[in-house]
Write a protein that binds this ligand. Structure first.
Ligand SMILES: [Zn+2]
Ligand SMILES: [Zn+2]
Length: 134
């Protein structure tokens, strides 16, 4: 079980099962919400359980028709990721309290990365989405 929570502790969640991937996402949503980029943990939607504070989770949905919802704690603003994106969850790894045991393998949406941030590791880079083999 991988436990996660927001900064104030009102929102708590648990992930069972093996996540599919851990990636560094440079999309504009992650950049604006999380800082330069966000480490995102992706796995099977049914493996994510909100154990506390469901009512504390606010959702931002872009008007441009993006299928993603950006979830965050209403009380402390902690970025939680996209907790209900169809078949998968996309959780901000920064909200995890436990080690998910897998390590980042790729940078995604690097086309949206600001020029002032230079990626200096050797992980694979994708301009857009990358869907890990399941
Ligand atoms: Zn909170
Ligand atoms: Zn992103």
């Amino acid at each position: 079980m991988i436990n996660g929570s927001c900064l104030c502790g009102k929102v708590k969640f648990q992930i069972s099962g093996e996540p599919f991937s851990l990636s560094y996402c440079h999309c504009s949503r992650c950049r604006k919400a999380a800082g330069v980029f966000s480490a995102v943990l992706i796995g099977k939607a049914g493996d994510l359980l909100i154990t506390d504070g469901q009512d504390e989770i606010a959702k931002f949905t872009s008007e441009t028709g993006s299928k993603f919802e950006r979830c965050f704690c209403k009380n402390c603003g902690t970025s939680l990721g996209d907790m209900a994106s169809g078949d998968v969850y996309v959780i901000a790894a920064s909200a995890l309290d436990d080690d998910p045991k897998i390590r980042p393998t790729v940078h995604i949406h690097t086309a949206s990365k600001p020029d002032w941030y230079e990626i200096v590791d050797d992980l694979k880079k994708f301009d857009g989405d990358y869907v890990a083999e399941k």
